[in-house]
Design a binder for this molecule. Structure first.
Ligand code: NAD
Length: 368
């Protein structure tokens, strides 16, 4: 069967555009999944091994994330097959050619993703006047610099802890991946009184039951060092983070890091999914059976896309924090309440909320 139909269902994709520019050797696919809630927003992924299937799956994930966040946007995603570290002039040529090719695809608003950054979004904006995640000078809100996603995570954890009689003051937090999401989550949670008892990166894990000094840890990472170079605390390999006793465990690195083989090692009450799909479906089910509250990725890591949507609609940095707080607070509470009431997993509850919003929006549209 044709590839387009293999990935289709009643929700989408609405459009799949294949781009080939023979003079550059540029190949790209854009999937616009569903636009019932509004024009789609989604990142441009620039990696050597991307596929049309990946574009369609990621676009669907964005449909659900944007609807769950209550944004007036559908989901889309673009992939460009190439080495993101190609020389800068060559890359600019590719990105500009890609932008020209999507000029007529008005219901797709590109944003940054793996292999693209705010400069790339600036080139796209320059070509077609439509992109988010722009440099500050072009009206962008630098979401990784201000910690939009980490802030949203801290709000979701605050809500979840409140439903479990877990005071945040003194709550123990372990964070896998101390990059843009992980370090800002640490900063905002420390501000709420949490104790960051462990952090990890690709080099290893540092832990201390008494708590780590977050400012020192962030300064280390910003100097290009590993968390394992922190002067105090116990050191272990990257996997050691999995078994650290804590109240909140935050995956903020890679997909599928918690799976059937290791889900049993986690010693926590809450898993707050900062990364995208960090837990396999089996792992989420195993954790839920043990009474661990899993906060699903597309609800609790939506701070970044909420920020991007605010930028698109001309909002400011300070308004971004207020909107992220309001949306993630309400959505996390709704997901937990619906999951409890219907005896469903938190992921299923979140999908139900997103799907209902998409269906309601579709009723107002001329063509669903
Ligand atoms: P980043 O590159 O800034 O940071 C990732 C960190 O994870 C790095 O410190 C890296 O050393 C570490 N890491 C990688 N593999 C690891 C491993 N196996 N064990 C421990 N640490 C490991 O990336 P980021 O922007 O912080 O994004 C992290 C995750 O969150 C990604 O899955 C991303 O897709 C997702 N996400 C990011 C945002 C955002 O706003 N940046 C929004 C939603 C979701």
């Amino acid at each position: 069967m044709d590839e387009i139909f293999r990935f289709g269902d009643e929700m989408g994709p609405g459009k799949v555009l294949h781009i080939y520019v023979p003079t550059l050797g540029l190949r790209s696919v854009v999937a616009v999944d569903n636009t019932a809630c509004g024009p789609s927003i989604g990142g441009v992924r620039f990696e050597p091994d991307v596929t049309a299937e990946e574009a369609c799956r990621l676009a669907r994930a964005m449909t659900l994330k944007n609807a769950a966040a209550g944004l007036p946007h559908g989901g889309g995603k673009a992939v460009i097959a190439g080495d993101p570290k190609m020389d800068a002039q060559h890359k600019e040529q590719w990105i500009r050619a890609f932008a020209r090719a999507i000029a007529g695809l008005q219901d797709y608003v590109p944003g940054p993703d793996m292999g693209t950054d705010e400069i790339a979004m600036g080139w796209i904006q320059d070509e077609i006047g439509r992109a988010v995640g722009l440099p500050r000078e072009l009206g962008g809100i630098p979401l990784d610099e201000i910690g939009a996603t980490g802030f949203g995570l801290s709000v979701a954890i605050d809500v979840a802890a409140g439903t479990m009689n877990l005071p945040l003051q003194g709550a123990r937090v372990a964070i896998q991946g101390f990059g843009a999401v992980g370090k800002h989550a640490a900063r905002f949670l420390a501000g709420k009184g949490c104790r960051i008892v462990a952090a990890s990166d690709t080099k290893g894990t540092v832990s201390s039951a008494g708590g780590l000094d977050i400012d020192v840890l962030i300064a280390l990472k910003e100097a290009g060092k590993s968390v394992t170079e922190f002067a105090e605390g116990e050191k272990g390999g990257p996997e050691a983070i999995l078994g650290v006793p804590c109240d909140v465990w935050i995956p903020a690195a890679r997909p599928d890091v918690v799976n059937r083989e290791n889900a049993g090692i986690l010693d926590t009450r809450i898993v707050a999914e900062g990364a995208n799909i960090p837990c396999t479906p089996e792992a989420e089910a195993m954790l839920a059976r043990r009474g661990v509250l899993v906060l699903p990725d597309f609800v609790v890591n939506a701070g970044g896309v909420i920020c991007a949507a605010i930028e698109y609609h001309g909002g400011t940095e300070s308004s971004a924090f207020g909107v992220i707080e309001e949306k993630i607070r309400r959505n996390t509470a709704d997901v937990i309440e619906i999951a409890k009431r219907t005896n469903a997993s938190t992921r299923d509850a979140a999908i139900a909320i997103a799907t209902r919003r998409i269906d309601n929006a579709a009723r107002t549209r001329r063509w669903g």
